[in-house]
Each structure stands twice: as structure tokens, then as C-alpha cells.
Design a protein around this ligand. Sequence first.
Ligand code: BG6
Length: 483
Amino acid sequence: EFKENTAIVVFGASGDLAKKKTFPALFGLFREGYLSKTTKIIGYARSKMTDEELRTRLIPFFKTTTEQSKTLVADFLQLVTYVSAPYDQPEGYQKLNSIIEKFDAERNVTESHRLYYLALPPSVFITVASNLKKYAHPGDKGLVRLIVEKPFGRDLKTSRELQRQLAPIWTEEELYRIDHYLGKEMVKNMLPFRFANNFLAACWNNNFVTSVQIAFKEQFGTEGRGGYFDSIGIIRDVMQNHLLQVLTLLLMERPRSADPEAVRDEKVRLLKCIKELDPKKVLLGQYTQSEDGTKPGYLDDATVDPKSKCVTFAAMCLEVDNERWEGVPIILRAGKALNASKVEIRVQFKGTTNGMYSEVSRNELVIRVQPDEAMYLKMNTKVPGIKNETTTTELDLSYKDRYKNFYIPEAYESLIRDCLHGDHSNFVRDDELEVSWKLFTPLLNFVEGDDAPMPLPYAYGSRGPNGLNQYLANNGYVYENHS
Ligand code: BG6
């Protein structure tokens, strides 16, 4: 079976993503008993290093506290070896192939299953993908799965170009495009929450929901990585991918089955219903120095063009043109250097109709993706006691209280495991990518064009630009004293 006897090869093994995410996720799976001891893990990169040097380099990134976990780290590292080779020459891939063949022969298996994880910059992406196919594919002797990471292009044109080059080499069946938000526990909970709770079906529509908001907030700015961020911006960085994925799962229709393709079909169908966005109606911001002067503004970053109009905050209102959601504003909002680090969904319901409780607050469902996964519904109840007063309280499912002894995996752990099981549900399909770029490319062209407006300033550590509350209110969100 694929998941038992797999060679996992991490390309870009000496890079940031591999160190911070891929290897720690593989270790996490191993620690939790989800990675068999017959797995072989090979790091592959250009840097000259021995196996031992790679292992030593990885240790600080594993979260370990107890003596027992130190033994686990040692056991895990026994599985890890390293190949240093260029990306554009056949030799490295041939060597890799013979290492895997030897590993298969040692274990006496006839099938050669491989998971190739490309933790690589886009510039070498196609080179590696095509060399792998040529020199390190077992043909019909085994299965190969290829995990790839964003960016999948910069806009519709470049994304199509990438796909045009990739498609003849690797099939959609073999490709696993990661959007790590799809591996987060609360995001994975979206399908059971939506479709395993029938009471929701009655109110999950424009008869009862008045607005939906998906907010991404980070407390830190670009902190020296501005040079990289400057050509990306917050819209491309987290909205076109992560937030749009959350939106899709929140609003799509029920898939006809649990089959991964059925799930992805529904996602695409929903995406196609989102109306074209008017770029001029998007609230754009860029952070300036914090009020107390201790934190730098975006333009103070030495690696950033001092005239940069790069967007570090955006709020936009999308409309889903189908029978269920027509008329309901769907707000996406994301920013760096804000007052908190939080990802949250807020679904507001209509207020009560006239009558005895017409004055109470409206119901609001909050789904907190991070930190501290939680779901709570603001509802009105009688204040306990002799008087007939009402108050707004919360029906609260906080994971840290309810699921105290449960292990909540890191997003990457969850996704690598899905891939080992051949489950594509939580990976981005080619047509999904196409529709999401189609939606966002006009906005990106606008904010990056010659006539782009200067984004509105907001202080590092604030809630965002001044007009934010008004913007939310104009788009149907009733603000009730929360950050
Ligand atoms: C990445 C973005 O995709 O997601 C980063 O490139 C961002 O800029 C990160 O910080 C957020 O991920 P998480 O899991 O920390 O919410």
C-alpha cells in the first residue's frame, strides 16, 4: 500500500519551507504513529551537506520537550538521508532513482511508491517536475504523487502558462497542490459542520443570513521580508487562495458524495457563481509606523521601494450570484501588522421580527480558525433570576475545553497524510485555480497598475484603515464591539 512503503523526497530540503514546515510535519506524523518505520525520507537540494548535517539542521524545528520525544527525533532522523545535486542535470535524479530502487530491493517490495514534495521556488519548478518524470518515475511499477506549493503563477496568464507546461508531464491525479489552509482543523471541520447538522440547512441562506465575513489578521508586518512581499501583496498572499478556499467551503452546496472529485466539483461550481469584483470598491491599506513609534511602517523596510503602493491590508465585498446567497454581502478582509493575530468567520443572522424581543441583538455564529479553534453562537437568553431580562450569551464549543485530550495536527501534517492516502479533497484542482485567478486578476491589475491609488495608511498594531468600520457597515455588517 502506498502509505506503508513510500519514499518521500523533499526537494528544496535546505530551504525555509522544508525546514519550518515540511520536515516538522513529517516528524509530527511519525511521532503520532502515522508514518511507518519503513518510510524512507530523502532531502534533495543544491547545498553541499552530509546526511548528518541535514539532520542536525532540522532538529531545532521539531517541537520536542520530553526525553521520550528526543528518542523519537533520533528514530525519525534515522529515516532521513540527503542528496546534494543541481536541479537541471540528470545525474542527481538518476542517483535519487537508484537510491529508491535500492531501498525497495532491501525491503523486497515489487512496487515502488514515491511522494515527491516540491518545496521549491517557481523558477525551478518545471525543471524539477520534468526531470523527475524522465529520470525518477517508476513507470507502471508504482505510484508517484507530487506535492506542489504556491505560488501557482501570479495571475491568470502565468498560472495558465504554468499549467500548460505541467499538464503534459504530470496528471491531475498525480498532482497535489497545497493550500495549507485546507489542512487546518477548523477548515476541515467545515464539511461535517455544514452537512452533518440538518438544523443548519434551514437557515443557511439569504432568508436568514444577512452577512458573512472572513477575516485574516496578523500582528506582525513584513519584518525585513518586504522585498519579497512587495511583489506579492496581501491579496495574492492570502486572499486569492486561503480566504477564498474558506469562503468556498462555507458557502458551497452539498457534494453528491464524499468522493474528493465530488467535493471539488461543488467548490468550482460555487466559485463560478461569484460575481466579477469592482476593484474600485475594495478598501486598500498599507501600514505605517506604530503609534508609539516602536514598530516600523511598511515603507521603512530597507528592502522595499520607498514609493511602493503594495497593499498590506484589503477588505472586499463579494457577491455570490446563486439562489441561496443572492443579496448577502460576503466580506473578505485581511491584513498584516494589525492589532491581533486571528482568523475568524462571522455569519450574521437577521434580527428578530417585531414583537416582544425586537430589541435584542441578532444571532451571530463565529468560527475561529486560529488561534484556539472554537465555534460559538451568540444567542439571547433570559438572565437567570426572578426578573424577565434577556442577555446575549454564547453557545460555545471551544476545542481547548471540549477536546482537551485530542491532538490537533498542524495543517501540513494533515495534508501530507491525506496525500499519502490518495485523498485529493483538500488540494486545489486545476479548474479551481483557474476560476480563482479569473476572479482576482482584474483587482491585482488595478492595484499594481500605473494608475493604482495609494493605499490608505493605518498604524502598525491598529485595526486597519480608518474607513474600515464604515466600510463594513456599508456592506451590511452590524458592528458589535469586538476586534
Ligand atoms: C502564507 C503567507 O501562505 O500564509 C504568509 O504567504 C502568511 O504571508 C501565512 O503569514 C499565514 O499562514 P498561517 O498558517 O500562519 O495562518
